[in-house]
Write a protein that binds this ligand. Sequence first.
Ligand code: ADP
Ligand code: MG
Length: 257
Amino acid sequence: MALEFRQVSKRFPTVTRGEVTAVSGVSFVVNEGEFVSVVGPSGCGKSTILSMTAGLYSPSEGEVLVSGEPVNGPNPHVGFMLQKDLLLPWRDIVSNVEFGLESRGVEKAARRRRAMEELAHCHLEGFEHQYPYQLSGGMRQRAALARTLAIDPEIILLDEPFSALDAQTKLLIQNSFAKVIAEQRKTTLLITHDLAEAVLMSDRILVLSERPGTVISEIRVDLPHRDEPLKRRKMKEVAGYAAQIFALLKLEEKANA
Ligand code: ADP
Ligand code: MG
């Protein structure tokens, strides 16, 4: 098992609201090489789940296990990528991709080789000496993925990485992420607000309740072409899966309220 949450709760002390319970009694597993999405209302604790997986927060109760080992502190085997690409503006693309390798003490030539490899996987050859501002939003997200992959993580965590992209770019970038992740057989946890995206990209979808978030349903997406969301997009079953999640999140009732 690549990742396991066992009855995890997380409480945050706050100045104005007292203690806030972000998530409560969260249990799930992600198998090796699996692509799992997490959907749920805003503020239900999705990002908190990723932060606990990365070891940035520790659970108030329960346990988080990566490859069977309890997570105690920042985990070098977990790659974390956010909506904002967080590329350093003063570094060119290849040295941005090298960044994580630097802090791991990988020597210069090996670092460069590794970074160029991942840039090629993410179709950014020829752009290595450009600066982030010279790239489009979609290319920057691909560069951020290359940087995440460069450290060869066991698990990739994606927190709404496509939500700032325009609709067409989003489709293309989803497709290129899916391809690279499938080729490298990376275990992946994706947070998204986009129900269609979850269906197009995942093997399985965890649906969370309102805060405190807890897993109310797990949906297995029984469709081929997880490595090519653009192909899945043409399948008539996709709408059915999205409608199922829509109902679980009671979105219809909310729309009519
Ligand atoms: P989501 O990603 O699903 O929108 P988050 O995990 O960011 O939700 O947050 C869940 C809840 O926990 C929210 O109410 C948020 O305000 C609270 N929270 C998250 N991180 C912190 C923190 N570091 N300190 C205090 N409260 C926090
Ligand atoms: Mg969030």
